[in-house]
Design a protein. Structure first.
Length: 438
């Protein structure tokens, strides 16, 4: 029996591990490379360190039993055994919103040390256009002595998935693939057809593929900013944004998004800076970032308008996560809310059923259990992430609460009003709407 081709997946985070597990169940032997020893040990025991990702734990277990998935901290060694290397190491922005390549640069150095002639390197990490070739391709050339397009091949295929449905999205969304040259594109296309069994959408260049992913995120950020801007104006006009959205979107060319208290996560609040920092520093893209990041301040101002100064007020934020049902804090609006509440000398607390008290305390904020007697002393509740655990939350426990600001427009105003609590939404100081912005 002919041995299975070997793929190295560099980066075993939520998306990287899922890709590795899918590949390992589709006729490839996969070596996952990660700098985290605990992650490596978990995979080598057939266990997923990623929870709440439907189907992933079973895929990892299946691949472990078939001996098609293993992991290592020695990236260059894994790469030296592989014909295909898939890179999914994060690129973020720092506190000044400058692009931070530190983790992926280290990964590329290790890849370059181990790469063998004829290998295909595919980047899936979201990148500013031109980065695959001009930063990473050239770095591999510099360290390895090989020439891209001659001794090794280079492709870019952006991840386009959504947490809690990654496996499903890999099957449904077309896989956009761009190559350095015709041979690179051919190799990458053949690989993804076999490894994912999904529709392939070939594009003309690496840069086109890179641009397309960032553009997706900019589109969403701009449209959420428009919804937020309209929602603030709707409040001034004393109309309900939820009703407006339903009416407007009944026309097929209108697709107004839903407003919210802010935008978080690895994608939407970060990737627009991949354009902004490369020259798109005027117009809708940077303006949308400002509008969306200002929604936390807007929410706080609504509370102040209702009850006055917040000094010494007890305020509970529901949700440390950036969105519902995901244990992830990257760019969470809660972090902006915490900073503002501290500046206003309020007593801020956070509840999140997905995090332990010690995990919450790492953000220099006091955790509070919904079952604690202290909830009876809370003056204001801010709903930031509508986890499923909050769907049947008994607000009778908050018998001193004066205001609830529903940052996701999910709660029942009438039920809260009967408890004597003032309900404030985002563009909706009343009707409930569905929010899927993050």
């Amino acid at each position: 029996m002919e041995p299975l081709p070997i793929v190295t997946v560099v980066g075993l985070g939520k998306i990287g591990l899922t890709l590795a597990a899918v590949f390992a169940n589709n006729s490839y032997r996969v070596i996952g490379a990660d700098i985290n020893q605990e992650v490596v040990e978990s995979v080598n025991q057939g266990k997923s360190h990623i929870k709440n990702e439907p189907g992933l734990e079973q895929l990892v277990s299946n691949a472990y039993k078939k001996q098609t998935l293993s992991a290592t901290v020695k990236t260059s060694e894994a790469v030296s055994q592989s014909d295909i290397i898939v890179v999914i190491v994060p690129v973020l922005v720092d506190d000044q919103n400058h692009i931070d390549y530190q983790y992926i640069d280290l990964a590329v150095q290790e890849i370059a040390k181990g790469i063998k002639s004829g290998s295909l390197v595919v980047f899936e990490t979201t990148l500013p256009p031109g980065t695959t070739k001009n930063r990473f391709g050239k770095k591999i050339e510099e360290i390895s002595g090989y020439r891209m397009g001659e001794d090794f091949y280079l492709a870019y295929s952006p991840e386009r998935v959504y947490s809690n449905r990654i496996i499903q999205d890999l099957k449904v969304y077309p896989k956009v693939v761009g190559g350095l040259d015709g041979k690179s594109l051919e190799l990458a296309t053949d690989f993804y057809k076999r490894a994912l069994e999904c529709e392939i959408m070939e594009v003309s260049s690496l840069e086109t593929a890179e641009f397309s992913k960032v553009a997706e995120c900019v589109y969403r950020d701009v449209n959420i900013a428009l919804a937020n801007e309209l929602s603030m104006f709707a409040e001034k006009q004393n109309v309900q944004m939820s009703e407006i959205i339903k009416a407007s979107n009944s026309q097929p060319y209108s697709n107004i998004h839903n407003p919210g208290i802010g935008v978080g996560g690895h994608c939407i609040p970060i990737y627009p800076y991949f354009f902004i920092n490369k020259g798109l520093d005027q117009g809708l893209t940077p303006l949308s970032r400002q509008i969306n990041d200002n929604m936390a301040n807007y929410a706080i101002s609504k509370v102040e308008k209702e009850i006055g100064e917040l000094e010494d007020k007890n305020i509970l934020i529901l949700g440390l996560s950036y969105r519902e049902n995901v244990k992830e804090t990257t760019k969470s609006t809660t972090l902006l809310l915490i900073d503002q509440l501290k500046d206003k000398k309020a007593n801020a607390f956070v509840n999140d059923p997905l995090f332990s008290n010690s995990e919450i305390e790492k953000f220099n904020i006091k955790p509070m259990s919904i079952d604690a007697s202290e909830v009876s002393e809370i003056d204001v509740v801010i709903l930031q992430a509508f986890h499923q655990e909050y769907e049947n939350l008994d607000f009778k426990l908050f018998n001193n609460c004066k205001v609830i600001i529903d940052g996701r427009n999910k709660l029942d105003k009438n039920a809260l009003s009967k408890l004597g609590i003032t309900y404030l939404g985002i563009g909706n100081d009343g009707n409930v709407i569905q929010n899927t912005n993050d």
